[in-house]
Design a protein around this ligand. Sequence first.
Ligand code: F6P
Ligand code: MN
Length: 356
Amino acid sequence: MSYHRVTLSKFLLERRKEGAIDPELASLINDIESACKYVAAAVSRGRLNTMEVNVSVNVQGEEQKPLDVIANDIFLKICEEGDQLQGMVSEEMEQPYIIPPEHKKGKYLLIFDPLDGSSNLDLNLTVGSIFSILKGPVGNEPLKEHHFLRPGREQVAAGFTLYGPTVMLILTVGNGVHGFTLDREVGIFTLTHPNMRIVESTKEFAINASNERFWEPPVKRYVEECIKGKTGPRGKDFNMRWIASMVAEVYRILIRGGLFMYPRDTKDLSKPGRLRLLYEANPMGFIVEQAGGMISTGRECILDIVPQSLHQRIPVILGSKEEVERLNQYHYDYDSGKPTEFDSPLFSTRSLFRND
Ligand code: F6P
Ligand code: MN
């Protein structure tokens, strides 16, 4: 065994020396690392820890699992005590959490999904935490909701943790994407996957196919062409995957490429997509771009969108560059009314989203 490994703390120290991050940001990432270790411990104990916690309904109208509540509390407590934050926004809280005056006021804002994919918890499958860090207002300006509503491009760091067979933390501070594995016995995250890159072309895609009848024509076209395989227009066979846990899907794409979509659909017109912009799409977008991949709604790059509300939903298409570009092109063709080889009675149905 080598004892001279690069730990997450050492990695952050090196980035500080290079001037890539400031000491306060490094300290905040260390706090997030600690929170993730506690969440990992809680997740691995499963129902042993959660017999007594009350279950309620969160702002999305979803039932909060006991571990959602536990993970949210762990993030709040550890990160507020680190003195690097002005406030936090979480999937599990309707309003921003403003750091109380007994703590020193920091520079940063933390936005997080404490337990992504938590519908998988009962099944003992991989779940994770997602985080996004922004700079807060400077001076004496009081922190308000609108300070969190910044485009993803302004993130200074983002990452996610996977609570799977191995616990991993994937991080970007804007100089590539780096993966750390938790050595559970010694409690240290060690750099095991430096400079992760998403291959440009792929033969794998992920979508919840049970929503097919609600998809827009460009998405139907893409999936249909993939399914046609070698004998279709793509000339190659594709695999389809759906873990129902975005953290696990994005990790797979970092390892071997692929495409992940939760596109806009007509299932519920009040929800333009399933995933949340601030704490799911933006941090994953920053990571994917830093690894050489792309993220889009099909019509625009997600990282350029100015958020309208804390829990806003957004269509997400992310992964290998060539595939995201192809989907952008299919959306463009469709929106501009360009006829395609794909136009057949089955797919020429008008979309509810079209204005003409
Ligand atoms: O947080 C949203 C999420 O759980 C993602 O992790 C996952 O990709 C998606 O929802 C699963 O959606 P569905 O339940 O439609 O399969
Ligand atoms: Mn989530």
